[in-house]
Design a protein around this ligand. Structure first.
Ligand code: GRF
Length: 323
């Protein structure tokens, strides 16, 4: 029950319990105040019920709400409770229109869907977590990484793989999308490179993050600008070595072996306008043995990818939400 409520409110566990505390404190304080005012006004058994009910209603409609906001401000939960109050006033028909963001609080403008707007309070609080962050995985190969990511986020309360984007009809990843009942969008070169890079379609589908898992086309600037620090790629080597145009698949492993490298690995990084040059996020290494072939090295690297990529994606998405 608590989990459902927490998800409904879209708050962190810590914030959830602070909210509970505020409700508790407000109830108690209102009761004490009501008793105090009753005594102060000299109300007793002989007082007309009309006065008693009026006082209680007044305390509930006005006193309780003021006390609630007082504790909310005191415990750094103004944004949450201000929105709550606005909703209440709207329901009671006292105010109309959409609830506004509380003054001095910042609404992050991000590609998050309407329901997933992220409000950050200045000061002590963990931000309110949006109900769901939607990932699109771009892949054009067999899709083993895509599959691992799908499995990792299956049943996740806040992150969902909402779309698979593929530019290669018949690629293994298309079957993975179907098997997991994830919508698949096939894309074409022309609109990708000369149109808006499918930005509008992705926004329409409320995609918040893009994960490249074996996607070979260069990401157009329009898309990069639409998703700043929200496009993550994995490269099967230790960048900055063995990256760049034409460095993909077995070519990477062949080059690593040809150069006599003692270790290789994976690099997870943000995507910018240059191939494999965006800000690095994470690297993991594996040894390159004397008898390694491109195939055996590819297997080691794949193992690293499957172990780390979903976890790192989760960390990046979660920490972006906390910013
Ligand atoms: C991975 O090796 C990844 O590093 C690279 O493309 C490959 C995709 O493999 N970007 P898979 O299709 O996920 O098996």
């Amino acid at each position: 029950m608590f989990n459902r409520l927490q998800n409904k409110w879209g708050v962190s566990t810590r914030q959830f319990w602070i909210i509970f505390l505020i409700f508790g404190l407000t109830g108690t304080t209102t009761a004490i105040f009501t008793r105090f005012i009753t005594g102060w006004l000299g109300m007793d058994a002989s007082t007309s019920w009309v006065w008693k009910v009026s006082l209680r209603l007044g305390m509930l409609l006005f006193g309780y709400q003021c006390i609630l906001l007082f504790y909310a401000a005191l415990l750094g939960q103004w944004t949450f409770f201000w929105k709550y109050e606005q909703k209440l006033l709207k329901k009671l028909g006292i105010i109309g229109g959409e609830p506004a963001v509380a003054p001095k609080k910042r609404a992050i403008s991000s590609p998050l869907p309407q329901t997933a707007r992220l409000f950050i309070e200045k000061g002590m609080n963990a931000p309110i977590k949006p109900p769901q962050t939607r990932l699109a995985i771009f892949a054009s190969g067999t899709g083993t990484n895509a599959e691992k990511i799908i499995q990792h986020f299956s049943g996740h309360p806040q992150i969902k793989v909402a779309l698979i984007v593929c530019n290669k009809p018949g690629a293994g990843v298309t079957e993975i999308a179907q098997a997991n009942q994830i919508p698949l969008q096939m894309i074409d070169k022309e609109p990708f490179f000369r149109g808006d890079g499918y930005t509008s379609q992705l926004k329409e589908k409320n995609i918040d993050f893009i994960v490249l898992a074996g996607f070979l086309w260069k990401i157009p600037e329009t898309l990069i600008n639409a998703y700043p620090d929200k496009i993550i790629n994995i490269h099967p080597a230790l960048l900055p070595k063995f990256g760049g145009k034409g460095m993909y698949g077995s070519k990477v492993h062949e080059a690593v072996i040809a150069m006599g490298e003692k270790e290789s690995g994976i690099t997870i990084h943000f995507v910018n306008e240059h191939f494999d040059e965006g800000k690095p996020i994470f690297q993991a290494k594996c040894p390159v043995e004397a008898d390694d072939t491109p195939e055996s090295l590819a297997q080691k690297v794949h193992r690293l990818e499957h172990t780390h990529f979903p976890v790192i994606v989760e960390q990046v998405v979660t920490s972006a939400l906390l910013k």
